[in-house]
Design a protein around this ligand. Structure first.
Ligand code: 2AM
Ligand code: CA
Length: 262
């Protein structure tokens, strides 16, 4: 199963890359808000993935960012983000990926993430470790904030959250860490925690398809993932993914977090 999903993620990524090369302005559309965009390529790539998954796994459920629920009722659900990092994709920036995760009764158990521009294939299966292009990955051992490089995202601002948004947490965290980055793809941010090249990642507004594959890829490499209360209700109540060594320290920044359920 993992081999099939790895190959599918690569094929879908190559399709997306070819689409990006010829993407025109009239192929870019807005969704819920003017800041929330989708391209014809997102839909085309998702259609391709869904068609292939239905053929290979006819008894599984499917949930995709663009097409919603399809397939059968099942405890096993493929959760797809055809392009994670669409804003950058549409501007021909390199940091985006295809993400396919398998969720069993709410738990991410298998995933593949392919970033075509750098030809990076990340994958993991529960209990079997996490890999980048065939090489086992492990989280970093950085345990002090001043040496850390952390990453976050601004999905909540794109959704126009006015209160309890990420600006408060960025202003708390940025002065204390070695460096703060923003790359625009939640799935790849999880992979970079897994790879040990970044040490902590947080975000306030994510959807299950943003992290379905990144969740298992990060945890199989030794990452700790919780919501902002230290529990497992993520991403609904916040998403904090760290190398483990920094988890308690990072969690303290969110001690007054209010779950406003928007
Ligand atoms: P996307 O590219 O699939 O839309 C970046 O911080 C992360 O947030 C990306 O994974 C991105 O996924 C997601 N994102 C972008 N805009 C968003 C919005 N308006 N609401 C929620 N999530 C968003
Ligand atoms: Ca997407």
């Amino acid at each position: 199963m993992l081999e099939y999903i790895k190959n599918l993620a690569v094929a879908a990524g190559k399709l997306a890359l070819a689409e990006q090369a010829v993407l025109s302005a009239d192929a870019v559309h807005t969704k819920a808000t003017a800041k929330d965009i989708v391209t014809d390529a997102d839909r085309k790539v998702e259609d391709f993935i869904v068609t292939m998954l239905k053929r290979e796994f006819p008894d599984f459920a499917i949930f995709g960012e663009e097409s919603g629920k399809s397939g059968h009722e099942s405890d096993y659900c493929w959760v797809i983000d055809p392009i994670d990092g669409t804003a950058g994709f549409a501007r021909k920036l390199p940091n985006w990926c295809v993400s396919i995760g398998l969720v069993h009764k709410g738990e991410s158990i298998l995933g593949a993430i392919y970033a075509p521009v750098k030809n990076e294939l990340y994958y993991a299966e529960k209990g079997k470790g996490s890999f980048l292009n065939g090489i086992r990955m492990h989280v970093s051992s950085v345990s002090d904030l001043e040496s850390s490089i952390v990453v976050t995202g601004l999905g909540c601002l794109r959704a126009n959250w006015k209160e309890e948004n990420n600006l408060k947490y960025i202003s708390r965290i940025a002065p204390l860490v070695g460096d703060l980055r923003k790359y625009g793809s939640a799935a790849l941010d999880c992979c970079r925690i897994a790879h040990g090249v970044l040490d902590a990642y947080w975000e306030l507004l994510l959807q299950p398809y943003d992290i379905a594959a990144g969740d298992i890829i990060a945890r199989e490499a030794g990452a700790v993932i919780t919501d902002f209360y230290g529990g497992s209700d993520y991403p609904a109540r916040g998403f904090l993914c760290t190398n483990g060594a920094l988890h308690r320290t990072m969690l303290e920044f969110f001690s007054d977090y209010q779950d406003l359920r928007r």
